[in-house]
Each structure stands twice: as structure tokens, then as C-alpha cells.
Write a protein that binds this ligand. Structure first.
Ligand SMILES: [Zn+2]
Length: 159
């Protein structure tokens, strides 16, 4: 899977790509050294900045033109021909990009509302911030939004 980093203009786009399961580092303050380091890691730089051209000799840069995060996502998915792979959806923490671990239901009992504990069978925890996720209405809503955003988009199916 391709890996990315974004400048601070593209925080919402970074989250949407994480929903898709992509590894996206969000640079709040994109210092030049850090941009260079991330490009050397082989990450694609998603940016709205005018200086995009100066980075292109160091690595792969994708300039995002749309203003609205959902349109940006569409632009990136189309432009880079990203796949939407079911198994990868919701595999990362949306806040910190870390992969989620599957956790035992009993381990999270004290941390989730009772009705969630009663009705959900699968829980996941972020390996960084510790946030607990479950496949509730939230992710269903996001999945629908994703399908709307990517409808009629010419993107390859998951291999
Ligand atoms: Zn997290």
C-alpha cells in the first residue's frame, strides 16, 4: 500500500485516507527537514502548497486542488488510483494513524457505554492513544459517506 504525508492544510483529507486504511502522517508544522525525511521514507507528499515543485526532485508529490475535504479525497483516489479494500477500512486510529489491535470484549467493559458493550462483539484499541473503537453506527455512516464520495470514481477494486 502507498504511504503518505500531508501538510497542515490537509488534516481532514488525512483522516479520510486513514478511514480507508492508508498510512498517513499529518505534519502540523511541516519543517523542510521533516518533509525531506518523509519523502526519503518513500511517502507521497500530499500538499496544497505552492512550493510543491521544489520537492518533486526529492520524491513523489501530489498537489491537491480541491478545497473541500471530500472532493480532495476523490481527487487523490482518482489521481493516484487508490483502492478501497474492505479489509483495510477502519484499520487505523483516525487521530494518530496507528494500527488498531483487536481487544477482548471484557477488557474494554469499563471504557465503553453499557449499551455498546451489550450490543457489540468486536472491539479495537489504538496502539498509541488507547482509544477504543467498535463497528457501530459511526463507521457505518462513514462507510456510506465514502461510497457516496467514491461513487462513479474510476478506481481499481481491491486485489
Ligand atoms: Zn490513536
Amino acid at each position: 500500500m502507498q504511504r503518505f504525508f500531508t501538510d497542515r492544510m490537509l488534516g481532514k483529507l488525512a483522516k479520510w485516507l486513514r478511514v480507508l486504511g492508508y498510512d498517513v502522517v499529518y505534519l502540523r508544522q511541516a519543517a523542510d527537514e521533516e518533509i525531506v525525511e518523509r519523502l526519503r521514507e518513500g511517502r507521497i507528499f500530499l500538499t496544497r502548497g505552492r512550493r510543491a515543485g521544489s520537492w518533486q526532485q526529492l520524491g513523489k508529490v501530489f498537489v491537491v486542488n480541491a478545497n473541500e475535504p471530500k472532493k480532495q479525497l476523490r481527487e487523490v483516489v482518482q489521481g493516484l488510483r487508490l483502492a478501497m479494500i474492505d479489509a483495510e477500512l477502519f484499520s487505523r486510529c483516525l487521530s494518530c494513524n496507528c494500527l488498531l489491535d483487536t481487544v477482548n470484549r471484557d477488557e474494554v467493559r469499563a471504557e465503553v457505554p453499557d449499551y455498546i458493550y451489550q450490543t457489540q462483539s468486536q472491539f479495537h484499541r489504538c496502539c498509541d492513544c488507547g482509544k477504543v473503537y467498535w463497528s457501530g453506527s459511526h463507521s457505518e455512516k462513514m462507510r456510506q459517506q465514502l461510497e457516496e464520495i467514491l461513487a462513479n470514481t474510476d478506481y481499481p477494486d481491491g486485489r
